[in-house]
Design a protein around this ligand. Structure first.
Ligand SMILES: [Ca+2]
Ligand SMILES: [Ca+2]
Ligand SMILES: [Ca+2]
Length: 457
């Protein structure tokens, strides 16, 4: 293992809130940053703060570190994943991604002046602007301002999905590449059934040529918006984490989910005890489940057992009101065999919720990045270390293995193992487009945080 900084981007500003997305350029690769010197803000009534709000910038680089363009966004754009999601996507199929960004040319809570805008990846020129649906106008703030941008493919044609709402009424619209509306669905809050997740995997998990959006435990067809399957019609809450898993031995797909909202039982438990951690088969069969109460706030999957056996981690917590805001109090960290649900005695020097799995050397087993920058092998041995604040992970750029994105001052670095060799298992994980495609959707929802969408499969 030989960890090196393989590329870096000097944002020339203090960096607090920052998300990014990998961008395909006609003659190479680039990186989009949505960044602010101010802290991030959440629309939750008990979480929204004004003290740290500062302007949001978009900055677009080539992956050799050259700045292509930068622009300060209007004052109505609040820093935070829910207010201004961005994705990269080649909608016009000319071989280069466009940048799609939820802009707001009005005041911070304006709905009238919110619009989906398209920017040329090379120049930053705004090449399209469409009104953002005002569906959540009558909702309370926490429900009204939770927006996602998602995308996928239907038999090779790109479809962009605009979404309003996560926990309450939920509105999703699919758009063709001429930005003609292809479909629209509404899932009402009072309709019993699963709500959205904080992460948005998109992949063709039933292998019919049409991508599914994992809208929590509903798999939504990118073709026409219909529910391909509702994995949990008996569950009324939302998932903090949902991710696809592949059993390498049988080539069978599974879906792992960690559910929020179980702190005090509540409505999600009214129809009978619903496990807080569940693994499904794609046809909706529940393979295993565990825990009957708890807000399962984080989770991941990692190849750590001999023979590339996979485990799943789940961290259970509850919120405690503090003098201002809400604190997380951890109730437990659990490890399971991903496909049987058997408890696994897995020990690292840090609790599972403080580490994230990443396969930097490409050998098919996950290493773990720790809060202090240590990289551990699957047995907990320190094998390398990195400096800075961890921002993002996965196959961020096109070099062997998976990489870390780290921040040091105004500079953001990509750290890779220059000795990495991609093994058969690694190649199998990357055989389909999912893990690389999700790197374009990183600046939407909580896809950027941790290993949520880079550890799957
Ligand atoms: Ca294009
Ligand atoms: Ca499909
Ligand atoms: Ca590895």
């Amino acid at each position: 293992m030989n960890l090196k900084v393989v590329t870096e981007y000097d944002l020339k500003m203090d960096i607090s809130h920052c998300v990014s997305a990998s961008v395909k350029l006609k003659d190479g690769e680039g990186m989009l940053f949505v960044v602010s010197e101010g802290g991030w803000c959440d629309p939750g009534e008990e979480l929204f703060r004004t003290k740290y709000i500062k302007p949001v910038w978009m900055k677009m680089f080539r992956n050799d570190g050259t700045l292509l363009w930068e622009k300060e966004m209007p004052e109505g754009v609040l820093p935070g994943i829910w207010f201004c999601p961005a994705i990269a996507l080649d909608m016009d199929k000319d071989g280069q991604d466009e940048i799609y960004f939820l802009n707001n040319t009005g005041f911070p809570f304006s709905m009238l002046h919110r619009k989906l805008q398209r920017f040329d990846a090379m120049t930053g020129e705004c090449t399209g602007s469409w009104p953002w649906p005002m569906n959540t106008f009558n909702d309370r703030m926490s429900l009204a301002y939770r927006y996602y941008l998602v995308a996928g493919y239907v038999h090779g044609d790109p479809v962009i999905v605009t979404c309003q709402g996560t926990y309450g009424d939920m509105y999703l619209q699919g758009w063709n590449n001429n930005m003609e509306k292809r479909w629209e669905i509404v899932i009402k809050a009072d309709e019993f059934g699963p709500k959205a997740s904080h992460v948005t995997p998109v992949m063709d998990i039933n292998e019919d040529g049409i991508d599914e959006l994992f809208w929590g435990e509903r798999l939504i067809s990118l073709d026409d918006g219909h529910e391909v399957i509702n994995l949990a019609p008996d569950y009324d809450g939302h998932s903090d984490v949902i991710l696809p898993l592949l059993d390498y031995k049988t080539n069978e797909w599974y879906i792992y989910t960690c559910r929020e909202g179980g702190e005090g039982g509540g409505r999600a438990l009214e129809s009978g005890k619903q496990n807080r951690v569940v693994t499904f088969k794609v046809d909706g069969t529940k393979v295993w489940g565990d825990l009957e109460v708890g807000h399962i706030h984080t989770g991941w999957a990692a190849n750590v057992l001999d023979g590339y056996g996979k485990i799943c981690m789940a961290m259970s917590q509850h919120y405690v009101p503090s003098d201002s805001g809400l604190e997380h109090e951890i109730d437990g960290v659990y490890y399971y065999d991903a496909f049987t649900g058997e408890k696994v005695d897995f020990k690292l020097p840090y609790p599972g919720n403080e580490v994230e799995p990443i396969d930097m050397n490409g050998d098919g087993y996950h290493e773990f990045i720790c809060p202090d920058g240590k990289l551990l092998d699957r047995f907990g041995n320190e094998i390398a270390a990195v400096e800075g604040r961890r921002m993002r992970m996965g196959k961020i750029i096109n070099v062997p293995g998976e990489q870390l994105m780290m921040q040091k001052g105004s500079v953001i670095q990509i750290v890779a193992d220059t000795d990495a060799v991609e093994s058969e298992i690694f190649k199998k994980r990357y055989e389909g487009p999912y893990l690389t495609f999700m790197q374009k959707l990183m600046a939407s929802g909580y896809n950027h945080a941790g290993a949520h969408v880079s550890c799957g499969i």
